[in-house]
Design a protein around this ligand. Structure first.
Ligand code: ZN
Length: 249
């Protein structure tokens, strides 16, 4: 059994007005982002973490005067456990005032059908019990490529970016040059793994090539630090992945 430990403490930071970053805990967790309106009554949560870190996320939100009760929508960049599982405790906690859940394609269908074998593929040695969550079917709104979605006063464009995971998306906000990049591209020239089920090096290269054409100042990735040098980070990752051979298969 894979031991993920018990201590998950997040840290929350404001990046720019109404955009907040909750840094992942070190092991098998993901960064969360909150997009808010000015009076903090209309929140969008981007990625939900691994479920165990959920309690800490709520506490860190409270320190920034953000209440989980005001989460109106949750957008999942993809369905890997470290991004997805937090929605289950969130929905339990919110009971009657459920937020809308959004995901893309294969990811949306997997969540809708509570497809445990897709959420925990192969023999990774982890399952729902590892994260103390119960996987239940969820009503999911399926996103489409290029769709525009309002997150309080921001308008994000959904970009389908396969390669790390089949139903993987990035969210782009043109006016403030914000890219929420999930596990496609990170800061420091890093990019997502492509050896998980549904992964593809060629698709990941194409996705990062596409992202490199956007004007990005704030790169808000699913892991590691965010960056205010978005274009440079993406160009570096592109240079590295362009010279990467498919050594897994
Ligand atoms: Zn992932």
């Amino acid at each position: 059994m894979f031991n993920i430990g018990n201590i998950y403490s997040k840290k929350g930071y404001k990046i720019i007005d109404n955009v907040y970053y909750f840094k992942e805990t070190p092991t098998l967790d993901a960064n969360n982002y909150i997009i808010s309106n000015k009076d903090k009554t209309d929140l969008t949560l981007i990625d939900a973490g691994n479920g165990i870190s959920f309690k800490s996320l709520i506490e860190e939100m409270e320190k920034l005067n953000l209440s989980y009760k005001n989460i109106k929508q949750v957008i999942l960049t993809h369905i890997h456990v470290d991004h997805l599982l937090g929605i289950y405790p969130l929905l339990l906690k919110m009971k009657s005032t459920l937020p809308k859940i959004y995901a893309f394609g294969h990811a949306a269908r997997t969540i809708k059908n509570a497809d445990i074998s897709a959420i925990f593929p192969g023999n990774l040695g982890i399952g729902p019990q590892t994260f103390k969550v119960k996987i239940i079917p969820i009503d999911v709104n399926e996103l489409t490529n290029n769709q525009e979605i309002s997150c309080a006063d921001y308008k994000f464009r959904i970009i389908h970016t396969p390669g790390h995971s089949e139903g993987s998306i990035c969210l782009y906000e043109q006016e403030n040059k914000i890219l929420i990049s999930g596990d496609v591209v990170f800061s420091g020239g890093a990019f997502g793994r492509f050896d998980f089920p549904g992964g593809s090096l060629e698709k990941l290269k194409n996705s990062i090539r596409f992202l490199s054409q956007l004007d990005v100042k704030y790169l808000l990735p699913g892991h590691m630090n965010y960056s205010a040098n978005g274009n440079k980070e993406i160009e570096l990752a592109l240079r590295i992945i362009e010279s990467t051979a498919n050594y897994f298969f």
